[in-house]
Write a protein that binds this ligand. Sequence first.
Ligand code: NAP
Length: 299
Amino acid sequence: MKMGQIIDGKMVAESMKASIAAEVKELLASGKRAPHLVAILVGNNGASETYVANKVKSCEELGFSSTLLRFSPSITEEELLQAVRDVNANEDMDGLIVQLPLPDHINPDKVMETIDPAKDVDGFHPINIGRMAKGLPAYISATPQGVLDLLAYYKIETAGKHCVVVGRSQIVGLPMSILMQRNHPVGNCTVTLTHSRTKNLVEMCQQADILIAALGKPEFITAEHVKPGAVIIDVGLTRVEDASKKSGFALKGDVLFDDVIDKCAYITPVPKGVGPMTIVSLMKNTLLSAKGLIYPKNN
Ligand code: NAP
């Protein structure tokens, strides 16, 4: 049987990075300043340190300015909210991300809602989620945006297709389901949003022309879930111990790749599938902010 085509997220991400870097050069040539992304990091969570370091590195690669604001885990909620307000008020800063998770004594919803929606390049503010749902200009959260860009790049037809999303998180599954049903060139699907309480998940998945797995359970989706010829987007990214690797761990997606590769039409691998797109989407949102294209700037 013919193997599914691998969607090369790394290659698409590199090509998008090159065009973003070119746009930054144009901005600078026209006398404007570089886009400026601010990251807030509270505490010393190892994974968060890595994510933030990667974002800062991407800023450097693409010619953005970046500022990393580090705070001790003992920072009070009010002190953190004030730091967010200070960034909101700074006209030289275009985008703000607050790396999650936050310490237990800080309410993440309160923090997200304090970020100026015009600087909320993660797209987590309720105003951006609401605007996205209404089809108004909004920052779309990075991972779902990356999936849309991959589908667009590979010219995968979505209109009229049945898209099944597995997982309903605020950052991936839920926005993904809203985006896939929108009346938009990458959209117009009939969408089923599934979660841990869904009955007959296998049968649901078997009906999917486009199956988006975002449940965080390594290699959970197998050939029995897959309709022949389906497009499979594997958002999952879990570290599992692997003594054969130098690092001692391997990254696993939510899909058992070898089991489904002969059954699907397209698939995103893990790694090098959806992952590299996420950071590019964040950069893209920061550029949109610098150019005032989502929320017009006063200056
Ligand atoms: P999450 O917040 O833990 O949400 C997981 C969702 O999956 C929940 O809605 C949960 O249902 C559902 N679920 C769990 N077990 C299920 C099952 N057996 N059947 C059906 N649904 C099930 O996770 P997340 O933040 O969305 O992340 C999902 C995965 O994507 C993770 O592996 C994460 O590392 C990865 N991720 C990757 C990127 C990237 O850049 N590639 C970015 C973000 C996330 P309930 O709501 O009922 O609990």
